[in-house]
Design a protein around this ligand. Structure first.
Ligand SMILES: NC(=O)C[C@H](N)C(=O)O
Length: 384
């Protein structure tokens, strides 16, 4: 049911790029409750925090064929539909929202990534927190990209999705969205950079990974959850902290005056999946068509000897990542050229999984970094 005590103003009526503001119709009540909630640090003064919601789609914005269907659904809800399904937040924050796109996250490509980047960058100055609704399949990639390209200052950037469509019994979207808005509004969230709020857990977008394709407890982070959300209380386990050694890149994507769009261009990086009997020919096949390669190696950098020797000689940088969900690639496990005693084109991914390594390598390459500089950036992810 729509919240009756909200005033909704349409700034731009188109669905794509539509923007709305929501304010409490009863400011006096809001102020009173805001003070009551101060114990939980939801607000610090009579001025409610201003939160921007950026909608991109995903299961959280989806409908299935019936209440028992948890697959085969389609993206169909706007942010306004989603806000109608959560408890009244008019006493917690003021909301403005924008529908950037409405797609399954498998379709988030560079132009959409840039749209999300712009949406966040442009909102940083005028909002106290930003919430991004996103499909879970590639949520961690977008969160990693944003952490790597935007200096968020103190403003919490909270990514949220769901595993069940809105139409299913016990849909998790409404509670996840409600919690994300509370987290973005909470003073204790300041200075924590890019967060992911799912299934009552708060984690760092830089490290989190989707580890289960179906269950509600779909995300995992071996570096540890930052906090928990229980019965309207947010419990952070640590003081504000940002990921160690996270390199910030300046995007030099320029407006394309001819098309009115933007000139995108992260260099192409492919991911190879390591397995028994993988042979070096695969490198020859793809080196010509990409600027860098990431390999999900077996274990902590293991590849057949001939593959390692060939990787050392590659004309493009090759990042050794891992198939295993946890752990990292120690430098000592990288191949070494016996004549030059160097690692050639090979770089260790540290703790980053293949898809995050891909983005990091793309950003390095777009900045024109040398192999040594790229090695240095990746080294930051495991502290050297
Ligand atoms: N749970 C989800 O959101 C999965 C969906 N396929 C998406 O990533 O958009």
């Amino acid at each position: 049911m729509p919240n009756q005590n909200l005033e909704i103003t349409t700034i731009c009526p188109d669905l794509e790029n539509s923007q709305f503001t929501i304010q409490s119709a009863e400011p006096t009540t809001a102020m009173t409750v805001a003070v009551d909630l101060a114990e939980n640090s939801t607000v610090t003064s009579c001025n409610l925090p201003r939160i921007k919601i950026l909608g991109t789609g995903g299961t959280i914005a989806s409908k299935g064929v019936n209440a028992s269907a948890t697959a085969g659904y389609h993206v169909d809800l706007t942010i306004q539909d989603m806000l109608d399904s959560i408890p009244d937040i008019s006493q917690i924050c003021e909301i403005e929202y924008e529908q950037l796109c409405n797609v399954d996250s498998k379709n988030i490509d560079e132009p959409l990534l840039y749209k999300i980047y712009q949406g966040i960058s442009q909102s940083l100055q005028s909002f106290d927190g930003i919430v991004i609704t996103h499909g879970t399949d590639t949520l961690s990639e977008t969160a990693f990209f944003i952490e790597s390209t935007i200096d968020t200052g103190d403003v919490p950037i909270v990514f949220v999705g769901s595993m069940r469509p809105s139409t299913s019994v016990s849909a998790d979207g409404p509670m996840n969205l409600y919690q994300a808005i509370c987290i973005a509004s909470n003073r204790e969230s300041r200075g924590r950079s890019v967060l992911v709020s799912l299934n009552d857990q708060i984690s760092a977008g830089y490290y989190i990974t989707k580890t289960n394709a179906n269950s509600l407890d779909s995300f995992n982070v071996r570096q540890g959850y930052l906090g928990n959300f229980v019965n309207n209380e947010i419990h952070y386990y640590y003081p504000p902290v940002k990921p160690q050694g996270c390199h910030k890149f300046k995007l030099n994507w320029k407006p394309d005056l001819a098309t009115g769009g933007h000139e995108f261009g992260l260099p192409k990086v492919c991911i190879l999946y390591g397995h028994q009997s993988i042979t070096p020919e695969i490198l020859t096949l793809i080196e010509g068509s990409c600027a860098g390669i990431v390999i999900a190696t077996m274990g902590a950098g293991s590849l057949p000897d001939d593959m390692c020797q060939r990787a050392l000689q590659s004309p493009v940088p090759i990042v050794f990542s891992k198939r295993s969900m946890d752990g990292m690639i120690p430098i000592a496990n990288l191949p070494i050229d016996s004549s030059t005693r160097t690692r050639g084109s090979v770089i260790a991914s540290g703790y980053l999984n293949p898809e995050k390594s891909r983005l990091l390598l793309q950003l390095c390459l777009s900045g024109g970094y040398s192999t040594e500089e790229i090695r240095h950036v990746f080294k930051g992810v495991y502290g050297g």
